[in-house]
Ligand binder design. Structure first.
Ligand code: HSE
Length: 316
């Protein structure tokens, strides 16, 4: 168990943290790959007090639970406090810029930001791996399962591989400079539903294709090989099922690739779609294409053109 040095605890001082959006799965790496983005980011404020209990407020107008056990940030903090074995008070204010249910790691940003902030105010007793474990309690509240492919890049930054959750085995991957274009069509896709519709068995021939792509994508990142990254951004297992939930998906994908995208697909469980590009002007062109497609479909949307965030949750 981690011991807390009572003298290191910072009471009464409010800190602010920035918590990046994340793209989980990275097309072929369902539940094991993810990357952090520079935009959008949530903002949280945290203060420790000697009045026990976790008090959560939202300044963003989203109707999210404030009961700590039902709130993703609260559930993660409860796990952290249990491991710390201390009774203190936490006041947490959350301003969400990452819309819940967008597929951009909104719940992960809340739980990751909360545990990073608390760890800082407690004098950093926990490792980053510990923090990933605590934050997974938030993902359980959000989607019913513990998965770490949003939380890990949110805490560590960059591109990450979860080789295993139990026991936790995280690999931080280097990656070349890339631009990320995201469109968030304003339709609702719940992660729990998007998981429920998946087939439980895969054909061996599909598995072989998928693990070839995962290995190729990881090698492409490590070798800065854009061609290999592009060839490996293919998902023969999850995307054919989930893409049916997202109007315009096939057109976004085909027109983005025609415009020069390396490739892309569903961000996490959707409905957001992301595309990677080697060059900034390609990423901007793709945003225009996405805007045209959703305007013609009559579906409200938001687009982002951004880059990889290499820092993860940042204490301001
Ligand atoms: N890997 C998860 C999924 C991410 O695709 O269901 C959910 O945010």
């Amino acid at each position: 168990m981690n011991t807390i040095n009572p003298a290191a605890i910072i009471y009464g001082h409010t800190i602010q943290v920035e918590c990046p959006a994340t793209v989980a799965n990275l097309v072929c790496g369902f539940d094991i790959l993810g990357m952090a983005l520079n935009h959008p980011q949530d903002i949280m404020e945290m203060t420790l007090t000697d009045k026990p209990g976790i008090r959560i407020t939202h300044t963003d107008g989203y109707d999210l639970p404030s009961d700590p056990a039902q709130n993703v940030a609260g559930a993660a903090l409860l796990d952290l406090l249990q491991a710390a074995d201390i009774s203190i008070g936490i006041d947490l204010s959350i301003t969400k810029m990452i819309k819940p249910g967008s597929g951009l790691g909104s719940s992960a940003a809340s739980s990751a930001g909360a545990v990073v902030a608390a760890n800082h105010l407690l004098g950093n007793p926990f490792s980053k791996e510990d923090l990933v474990r605590f934050a997974m309690a938030g993902e359980k509240v959000a989607s019913g399962v513990k998965h770490a492919d949003n939380i890990t890049p949110c805490i560590l930054g960059g591109v990450t591989l979860i080789r295993s959750i139990f026991p936790l085995d995280i690999v931080q991957l280097s990656a070349p400079q890339m631009y990320v274009t995201v469109v968030h069509p304003q339709i609702e896709v719940r992660t729990s539903d998007a998981r429920q519709i998946l087939r439980k068995e895969v054909l061996l021939k599909d598995a072989i294709k998928q693990w070839g792509n995962i290995a190729g994508l990881v090698a492409g990142f490590l070798k800065n090989d854009y061609g290999l990254i592009s060839r490996s951004l293919e998902d023969v297992i999850i995307e054919p099922v989930r893409s049916m939930l997202i109007p315009g998906f096939d057109e976004v994908k085909s027109r983005s690739k025609e415009a020069g995208a390396l490739g892309g697909g569903i961000s996490g469980s959707g409905p957001s779609i992301f595309m990677l590009s080697q060059h900034a002007d390609t990423a901007e062109t793709i945003a225009t294409i996405m805007q045209e497609i959703y305007t013609s479909l009559g579906i409200d949307f938001k687009t982002y053109v951004t880059t990889l965030n290499n820092q993860g949750v940042k204490i301001l």
